[in-house]
Design a protein around this ligand. Structure first.
Ligand SMILES: [Zn+2]
Length: 255
């Protein structure tokens, strides 16, 4: 807490004035560009690695960048992620949703261990909200991952995107650069696109191409960031060689 209080004193002396001016500009002319879902991990600071600023993004962070599927709420929806989608995409008319996973994700490491029946037993879930959260809302990711495992990690997976008709194929880590848990993290990241599209209040926007869903993946070990390219059917590292192609793809598919 000492670190936080001293940090606030530093902010008062340095950034506060400019930030208040920016708040004013955003209030007068709000133009948020994206709803950004990522993990709560302390290493994930999305405004830093996307160089975005005040007014640019609505950021939602939780354990494992999971967006519960609407099927998990037969009646009233009671978690923050869909509420955030409504606040961002409906009330503020934001046109892009981004889900960003990462390597060495503690939530994904735990999800992988939940394959073990004893580890994921009811008694263990009752004493661990994190296990409960992952079993309830990330089990579909685990099931997809098991399919990948059965195919020896070479077979592509099929995911659903904006509508049930808009499916896409994904080769997960075809160069075999990442460990098992990181592969699961990539699968989980893509599974969230389907979960987002499961909400009725977004249906019309998704069908009429007014709302688009993207996946990013951050490699903690190298600092490289990957964009899931539906054209290339894989996560493509964003760098000086690929960025123009990715911008072209994004503009063609999503403008
Ligand atoms: Zn994480």
């Amino acid at each position: 807490m000492d670190r936080i209080l001293r940090g606030i004193m530093k902010y008062r002396a340095t950034d506060r004035k400019t930030m208040v001016e920016q708040f004013q500009r955003v209030r007068d002319n709000p133009e948020p560009k994206a709803v950004f879902f990522t993990c709560m991990d302390s290493r994930m600071i999305p405004t830093r690695f996307t160089e975005t600023n005040i007014g640019d993004m609505f950021v939602v962070r939780n354990a494992g960048n999971v967006i519960p599927n609407s099927q998990n709420f037969p009646e009233e929806v009671t978690t923050t992620e869909p509420a955030a989608l409504e606040l961002g995409c409906v009330i503020n008319d934001i046109r892009h949703v981004i889900v960003c996973g990462h390597s060495d994700c503690k939530a994904m490491n735990l999800l992988h261990r939940l394959k073990c029946e004893e580890f994921s037993s009811r008694d263990n879930r009752l004493i661990s909200p994190l296990r409960g959260w992952l079993i309830a809302h990330a089990n579909a990711s685990l099931k997809k991952f098991e399919k990948l495992e059965t195919g020896g990690f070479h077979q592509p997976l099929l995911f659903q995107a904006e509508t049930p008709m808009r499916k896409f194929v994904a080769y997960i880590d075809p160069d075999n650069k990442f460990n098992i848990e990181d592969k699961l993290s990539q699968v989980n990241c893509l599974q969230q696109l389907q979960n987002i599209a499961s909400y009725g209040f977004l249906k019309k926007r998704l069908e009429t191409h007014q709302l688009h869903i993207h996946a990013l993946w951050f490699d903690i070990y190298t600092g490289d960031i990957y964009y899931f390219s539906r054209q290339n059917k894989r996560f493509v590292e964003i760098n000086e060689h690929t960025v123009m192609g990715l911008i072209k793809e994004v503009n063609r598919y999503y403008s």
